[in-house]
Design a protein around this ligand. Structure first.
Ligand SMILES: Cc1ncc(COP(=O)(O)O)c(C=O)c1O
Length: 305
């Protein structure tokens, strides 16, 4: 059967940095995920979780899909649901960007707003959203995506690793910033080469992975402030903290000097890769992820100075 618009997910380009000065003539390659339909690698996750549930007979056309979301994952679920004939209900909040609500609604999602106090993203707000999602998913013909628990999240990112492996040989380091840990671990598994050094990044302002204590920060999608459910510390070689302000500045450099237009987590990934390059052999190869599209951040502190 033809997959329709789901064919637009994945097979993204691997792009080498051309103009930014890199120590030791190291090659830095970015898996450029902005080209996915909603402009983020989360489309791969939504595709995996929902098509697996359909193929296993857990859900069928017309069923209701539930998730609580800050909007990026929600946009991906809304898009995939539209393509598969599913009805997505997003538990969202006025604390997140309104354009993300609009994107979900454009794909036909029903968006329930949990009101925040003064538009602040707090642990209490997240708990309230989570609770509402649980309550709704108990209802008949409802399916909870569970982006922090479903084993089909990791599976969604395997192709990302396989696509990189097909295109590039001799990779020394694979590195990425961490939210749930799904993207870094799924890609790592797809690369299927334990000789590649695996490095995770987190915001210096919220160093939970390295110190056990998070804090407020402004890099959307990462630094969740609790142990990322998919991160396997047994295979991780290193955790590095990157200053969020350097990451935001890097976003602007990437767009102006490389023509690569991305969000804060990508800025963080490139800052981290440049740090690693300082101690890598001459001509070594680093691969990291360009997680999402800068268009999502036009009105944010990253581009709207
Ligand atoms: C923009 C962005 N970057 C990075 C991440 C982290 O990805 P993961 O949750 O797979 O670790 C996310 C997750 O939502 C994201 O939205």
């Amino acid at each position: 059967m033809d997959q329709g618009s789901l064919k637009l997910i994945g097979n993204t380009p691997l792009v080498r940095l051309q103009n930014i000065k890199i120590p030791n003539d190291v090659e830095i390659w970015l898996k450029y995920e902005a080209g996915n339909p909603t402009g983020s690698y989360k489309d791969r996750m939504a595709l995996s979780v929902l098509t697996t549930a359909i193929n296993n007979g857990v859900i069928k056309k017309g069923d209701r899909i539930i998730e609580y979301t800050g909007g990026s994952t929600g946009s991906s679920i809304a898009f995939v649901s539209a393509s598969l004939g599913l009805n997505f209900t997003a538990i969202f909040s006025d604390a997140f960007s309104d354009s993300k609500r609009q994107t979900m609604e454009a794909f036909g999602a029903n968006v329930i707003i949990v009101e925040s106090e003064g538009k602040g993203i707090t642990p209490e707000l997240i708990q309230k959203m989570k609770k509402q999602a649980y309550i709704l998913s108990e209802e008949k013909n409802s399916f909870y995506v569970d982006q922090f628990g479903s084993k089909n999240v990791l599976k969604g990112y395997l192709p990302m690793g396989k696509e990189i492996k097909r295109e590039l040989e001799g990779i020394d380091v694979f590195c990425a910033s961490v939210g749930t840990g799904g993207a870094i671990m799924g890609t790592w598994q797809g690369l299927d080469n334990t000789d590649i050094r695996l490095v995770a990044f987190e915001p210096l302002q919220s160093p939970f992975l390295s110190t056990g204590k998070g804090g407020p920060h402004k890099v959307e999608g990462i630094g969740v402030g609790f142990e990322p459910p998919f991160l396997d510390r047994n295979v991780l070689n290193e955790i590095r903290c990157i200053d969020q302000e350097d990451a935001f500045k890097m976003c602007r450099t990437l767009s102006k000097e490389e023509g690569l237009f991305c969000g804060g987590s990508t800025g963080m990934n490139v800052c981290g890769a440049l740090e690693i390059a300082k101690n890598l052999k001459k001509g070594g190869k680093i691969v990291t992820l360009a997680c999402d599209n800068g268009l999502k951040y036009l009105n944010s502190h990253i581009y709207n100075l």
